[in-house]
Design a protein around this ligand. Sequence first.
Ligand code: 9MJ
Length: 323
Amino acid sequence: MQAIQDEIKQLTDQLNQHNYRYYVDDAPSIPDVEYDRLMRRLQALEAEYPELALGDSPTQRVGGEALSKFNQVTHLKPMLSLDNVFSEEEFNAFYKRVDDKLAEAPAFCCEPKLDGLAVSILYRDGVFERAATRGDGTVGEDITENVRTIKSVPLRLRGSGFPPLLEVRGEVFMPKAAFEAVNDKARAKGEKLFVNPRNAAAGSLRQLDSKITASRSLAFYAYALGVVEPETWPLAASHFEQLMQLKEWGCPVSSEVKVCADIPSVLAYYQDILTRRSELAYEIDGVVLKVNDIAQQQTLGFVAKAPRWATAYKFPAQEEITL
Ligand SMILES: NC(=O)n1nc(-c2ccco2)nc1N
């Protein structure tokens, strides 16, 4: 029996490692046919010895029993909504409001604004425990079983140094290619088409049957730390370094994230992402600009639900694509 346990452990770790390389490092490490062979072997062993299946087994990516409804989840810390700016003048006014309150000029962590669904994922001792939608920022829906099927969401954090309780916040989205494939399938079956990748992601994520979610090729990018317990746990002093730490622990982070130290470089970032928008593998509707230094964020605080230290600089609306 020990030999079986060892083989299950080895297959589980191997498949999770390949998942990490493929979805987080963007560097596939084995051909799909080999990956599928390892997965089938693990599924066979788990079917014969269900009591030996491990908590982070990749076989659970296929989805489980359908739910009758979603339970509600109260977030341990409210999930923020972002204020928007729509022009360089409005951004300059945002910058001035921020700069006037700080002793040092702020640098900004600049991120593409993913057009998907904000989610909160809890890891307890590094193990995936619960996932919820943002909802109204205070109460969301428990979509744990659906998020569990998203292959780029780690079921166990990698490495070490993470706190006993870690909340990872990010966006679940449907890549453009997956959106086309989902609509091609729906068209072939004479089913309703999704209007855009955001609606497709929302529809796929809020499915009571996680097997349907599993078939929709959803993706995830982390964009912030949420709750950390104990609160005294040492964390990186800047938002960018915290994102890189999340990536080290196995969470995918957009490769377009970068720090811009002054207004001209922030505006250049905005223009660069706007120029390359159609080439990105996922839909975005602007860029998110966050004061990078955590202590400066704490100095600035929040107004109502939105942080003073961040804004979303939105792109001009694209002409609506009619299907
Ligand atoms: N949607 C999106 O891509 N977001 N949203 C935030 C956010 C929302 C509140 C704090 O940070 N950050 C990024 N990259």
